[in-house]
Design a protein around this ligand. Structure first.
Ligand SMILES: NC(=O)c1ccc[n+]([C@@H]2O[C@H](COP(=O)([O-])OP(=O)(O)OC[C@H]3O[C@@H](n4cnc5c(N)ncnc54)[C@H](OP(=O)(O)O)[C@@H]3O)[C@@H](O)[C@H]2O)c1
Length: 381
């Protein structure tokens, strides 16, 4: 029996966490034609929740408070339920959807695709931004984007931690830069959601990932697949440190999530010995955790022929490839902790002020699902 109303965390405007208001009687959505209604069990947190809330997506004017407008108009309207990387169980189907889907556990491909193209996604928008997301008890989504993943060895919260906002972005960073087997890849922001995905994906495609992170996270990053971990707390002599771990070879491509002042030094790691390269230096950038502005000398970029790729989300093809890798057990979850939906404010604050042992993802679980899907992953402090 599907109720008329549900609990949901509503974003009521741009601003601080006080803009998140917990509703106990928000209408349960009904599945439209081609959709499934999902009872949510876990939704992973992403940086974009905070950035969209705070209006940190300017594309032209400095200091502008705004969010994604890739398709030409603002799709973030209030109130909005955030939460992109949703896991749950199908409880009803819309017209034209096979009823056999009822009961299936799945992971949402979080994109609001503008068209049916499988190879390109030019106007990225997503559930939790341009449409309601998973910080609620129910969500209605397209049947063909709610991918059935049975894998009984993966808990729902663990599956949510492998959500597309991180993993599809990571894969698209690699495919944009045409990363291939045997290449040496520098991954910045390595311990985060996208970084931990990148390390694993490099290994799947046969590339060798070098992680830029902090020393206390080194053991876990090495265990995850990093070839070596470089400490970002001291960037002096960075290129020499890279040389030491690569055996003197330049980095083939940088997967940058840090941006800011550091990006120029990341470029140095690719161009210090052009004669020993066998391809162009390539920089994929999908995040700016260290700062939104970098001073880059354009003569360096064109004389050294550095190819730069801006990456946002990815394609349907890439989402399906990732689902195949999850099903076959080639990717593993990196889950830091779960929080109750009603405590999302605490999760947001924890995420911003995280301490040193933080790796991977935080997952939000509806209070009604907590004992079954959240309690085992509650924060240990
Ligand atoms: N373009 C897209 O579609 C897309 C999709 C997802 C995310 N993003 C963006 O990509 C970035 C990473 O996302 P995420 O989800 O992986 O974030 P995350 O889980 O918060 O991880 C970010 C990591 O960046 C590193 N970092 C933080 N502050 C830093 C600083 N001042 N200098 C250098 N490194 C710093 C930290 O890793 P270490 O301690 O290991 O250095 C941190 O764990 C964010 O900017 C996010 O908004 C973009």
């Amino acid at each position: 029996m599907i109720p008329e109303t549900m609990k949901a965390m509503l974003l009521t405007g741009h601003g601080g966490v006080e803009k998140l208001q917990y509703s106990e009687d928000f209408p349960v959505p009904r599945p439209a034609a081609g959709e499934v209604l999902v009872k949510v069990t876990a939704t992973a947190k992403n940086n974009t929740d905070r950035k969209a809330r705070e209006g940190l997506y300017p594309t032209k004017a400095k200091g502008e408070v705004t969010s994604f407008q890739m398709g030409g108009k603002a799709t973030l309207t209030f109130p909005r339920i955030q939460g992109a990387d949703v896991v749950g169980h199908v409880v009803a189907t819309g017209e034209g959807v096979d009823q056999a889907r009822i009961g299936q556990r799945g992971l949402l491909d979080f994109n609001l695709y503008a068209d049916a193209r499988r190879d390109i996604n030019l106007t990225p928008d997503y559930y939790g931004h341009g449409a309601d997301g998973g910080y609620a008890e129910y969500i209605a989504v397209p049947s063909n984007q709610f991918h059935h993943i049975a894998n009984p060895d993966l808990a729902d919260a663990e599956l949510a931690s492998m959500g597309m906002c991180s993993y599809q972005t990571a894969l698209h960073m690699l495919t944009s830069a045409r990363v291939k087997s045997g290449e040496h890849i520098l991954v910045t922001g390595a311990s985060g959601g996208v970084g931990t995905a990148l390390i694993q994906l490099c290994r799947i495609v046969g590339a060798i990932p070098y992680a830029l992170s902090q020393q206390d996270k080194a053991d876990e990053l090495l265990e995850l697949g990093a070839e070596a971990v470089l400490d970002r707390s001291d960037m002096a002599g960075f290129t020499d440190r890279v040389r030491a771990v690569t055996g003197g070879r330049p980095i083939d491509a940088v997967m940058d999530l840090a941006g800011g002042e550091m990006t120029d030094q990341f470029i140095d790691t690719m161009i210090f010995d052009m004669n020993s390269r066998d391809g162009y230096p390539r920089l994929s950038i999908a995040g700016a955790s260290a700062g939104n502005f970098s001073e880059i000398m354009w003569t360096r970029i064109y004389l050294y022929q550095v190819q730069i790729f801006g990456v946002s989300h990815g394609t349907r093809e890439e989402a399906e490839q990732l689902v195949a890798w999850i099903r076959s057990g080639q990717l593993r979850p990196v889950l830091h902790a779960a929080f109750r939906l009603s405590r999302l404010h605490d999760a947001e604050r924890y995420f911003v002020n995280r301490n040193s042992n933080y790796l991977g993802k935080i997952v939000i679980v509806p209070d009604s699902e907590w004992e079954q899907h959240g309690a085992a992953f509650a924060l240990k402090e």
